[in-house]
Write a protein that binds this ligand. Structure first.
Ligand SMILES: Nc1ncnc2c1ncn2[C@@H]1O[C@H](COP(=O)(O)OP(=O)(O)O)[C@@H](O)[C@H]1O
Ligand SMILES: [Mg+2]
Length: 273
């Protein structure tokens, strides 16, 4: 009897030990499977991240890496590789941000140089351009044998540009509406219909639509007080230092469609200070 009891308790101990090993083995496999999944995910990310457009995070900006290649624009922190000319996609929007002295202007000049050499049409808006920036842009264009047209209030070689030259009545009205500030939707719709009426009137008489002509028509309207807000905004744009350039009716005036068709260059600048 005693021997039988001993044997059965030994069996119990063995089966307990086997069960414990079974559990340990099972849990170990689970941990290994988890580690394997993490590794595979990491490896996939590492392999494919070269082609994606992952957003840059704050931790990426701590990277001290920079390119050693003289022909590269810089270092891509997400893709861990040089940022070369061919990596720049000019069909997407690009924002260059950084503190003063970090090379924003320099990078912009390099990107301009690239697209100008590729014969793409470029419109360069710079509300605070220095003479240095203008000269730099001009030099890039000259080196690539491209002609530059300047729209500004202070250089001698300025060129007329009528933003209202192209398009039908709705397109021209939309352009003005989008450039203005609106506070009230009723007032906005009344102003839009007055605007379209004036543009239609000018077009039906075969006249070139200019801001000055619209302002003149507005000034004669009996319902002028209902469109006072728009009238004031258009009048102040019309009386700006750009008035002779935007209201010019000569045959060589520039427009958005001519700009695209003729592959031309423009430098826009407002006088500052
Ligand atoms: N990639 C670069 N490598 C070395 N120096 C540069 C680089 N980019 C700009 N710099 C230098 O850094 C200074 C500031 O550049 P800049 O483009 O004017 O900066 P930001 O427009 O951001 O104020 C300039 O002296 C410029 O020559
Ligand atoms: Mg700068």
């Amino acid at each position: 009897m005693g021997t039988k009891n001993n044997q059965s308790s030994q069996n119990d101990i063995f089966s307990d030990i086997i069960e414990i090993f079974g559990i340990i083995f099972y849990e170990t496999i689970k941990v290994l499977a988890l580690l394997l999944t993490l590794f595979v995910n990491w490896a996939i990310k590492k392999i494919f991240k070269r082609d994606n457009h992952e957003p840059i995070e704050l931790k990426d900006l701590k990277s001290k890496k920079c390119t050693k290649k003289p022909d590269a624009f810089g270092w891509q922190v997400k893709a861990s590789k040089d940022f070369k000319e061919e990596d720049y996609d000019s069909t997407r929007h690009t924002m260059i941000v950084g503190p003063t002295g970090y090379g924003k202007t320099n990078l912009m000049t390099l990107l301009q140089d690239k697209v100008i050499r590729q014969k793409h049409p470029v419109v360069f808006f710079d509300p605070k351009a220095s003479m240095e920036t203008i000269e730099m842009f001009t030099n890039i264009c000259e080196n690539a044998a491209r002609k530059v047209y300047y729209f500004n209030d202070f250089l001698d070689n300025k060129y007329p540009f009528n933003p209202l030259l192209d398009g039908n009545v709705d397109q021209i009205a939309d352009r003005i509406v989008n450039a203005c500030e609106w506070s009230d939707s009723y007032y906005k719709s009344v102003s839009i219909s007055a605007l379209k009426e004036s543009i239609f009137y000018l077009k039906s008489r075969g006249e070139i639509v200019t801001l000055k002509k619209i302002v003149d028509l507005f000034s004669k309207r009996e319902d002028k007080d209902k469109i006072q807000g728009l009238y004031t905004q258009l009048e102040s744009a019309c009386n700006s230092e750009f008035s002779p350039l935007i209201n010019d009716e000569s045959s060589n005036q520039m427009s958005f469609s001519r700009l695209r068709k003729e592959n031309l260059w423009f430098l826009l600048r407002r006088k500052t200070g």
